[in-house]
Ligand binder design. Structure first.
Ligand SMILES: [Zn+2]
Length: 320
């Protein structure tokens, strides 16, 4: 089995963005430690919108330099760096010592006119290629919002992006900001597509590495929310910002079975082992797992460490 541990390297986009140190630098150093000397390679999907926007403010140059140095260190350590696009950064401003972000109406690339989609993708990709001095071919959409792909295809082709990892099979979320429906996606761990991320096309231009999905019981989410309140030291995220609203999703998952990603974030890390067993039973040859440095907790780091230590000799931890 090839296991792809992928991390979206970013701040938060809710009422408070959180700090670069707590959301990005420190938790990424913790992830580096877990992979050290184990032939374990990660893929970091870097939210380039933040970097491009931060370049505009002299007072952010110090933290920006630390982030840039860490991105270079990812490569030096044998990890892969790819493109993650949260286009609402286009509208973000740094004022009075904090980011003001308004995601409404421009959270998704699709919310922008066609020419802006190409411009944003090209600007961000070029920035990342210049920083890393390497070619970028991989992409993950902010908030998994990559549909309808036919509307984004031009921006992919223009930039030579041929690999995507935005799909979470079976996952569905329609809210004010999110618009995704992966219920018809192929139940495969890797496939090719052309105009629709949910439709496999043999010899299609693009390769999808869908994020593995898992069926979570309501009790899982009662524990997730409950433990965070009862034992924040172990179960609270290291990242110090706030999420944007997922419009009623919390209520829904607390009372119904639901499909969601296999993830290293917080309490989700509990299911890494069970999800791997499931992938093996399904005969999959690869498994893509999502995580966010900002979503690390003491608990999740302990679980991820165990997951890596148990499996790094049995399976390959590869980068996309
Ligand atoms: Zn993201």
């Amino acid at each position: 089995m090839k296991i792809y541990l992928t991390f979206d390297y970013e701040l938060f986009f809710g009422a408070t963005s959180g700090s670069v140190e707590k959301c990005m630098l420190q938790p990424t150093r913790d992830l580096f430690d877990l992979a050290e000397n184990k032939n374990v390679h990660y893929t970091f999907f870097v939210d380039v919108g933040y970097l491009v926007q931060a370049e505009k403010y002299a007072e952010l140059s110090e933290e920006l330099n630390l982030v840039k140095a860490q991105i270079k260190e990812m490569l030096k350590r044998g990890h892969s760096v790819q493109l993650h696009v949260h286009p609402h950064w286009e509208k973000a401003t740094w004022t009075e010592g904090k980011w003001t972000m308004n995601v409404q109406g421009h959270y998704k690339l699709i919310d922008f006119p066609t020419e802006d989609r190409v411009r944003i993708m090209t600007t961000y990709k070029n920035y990342l290629e210049a920083l890393t001095t390497s070619k970028i071919h991989g992409f993950r959409a902010g908030g998994w919002c990559i549909q309808p792909f036919s509307e984004l295809k031009e921006a992919f082709v223009a930039n030579g992006i041929t690999i995507d990892s935005s799909v979470v099979a079976d996952f569905y979320m329609q809210t004010e900001n999110y618009n995704l429906d992966f219920r018809s996606a192929p139940r495969k761990s890797k496939y090719q597509f052309e105009n629709d991320v949910c439709e496999e096309v043999e010899n299609g231009t693009f390769t999808e590495f869908p994020i593995a999905s898992y069926r979570y019981r309501p009790s899982f989410y009662w524990m997730l929310y409950g433990l965070g309140r009862l034992f924040p030291k172990h179960y609270k995220m290291i990242g110090d910002g706030q999420f944007i609203s997922q419009g009623g999703r919390k209520r829904q998952v607390l009372f119904n079975y639901s499909n969601h990603h296999v993830s290293t974030d917080g309490y989700f890390a509990k299911k890494l082992h069970a999800a791997l067993e499931k992938s093996i039973n399904l005969g999959h040859e690869e498994m893509t797992i999502i995580g966010h440095p900002k979503g690390n907790t003491l608990y999740s780091l302990k679980k991820l460490k165990k997951f890596i230590n148990l499996n790094h000799q049995k399976h390959e931890f590869k980068a996309i």
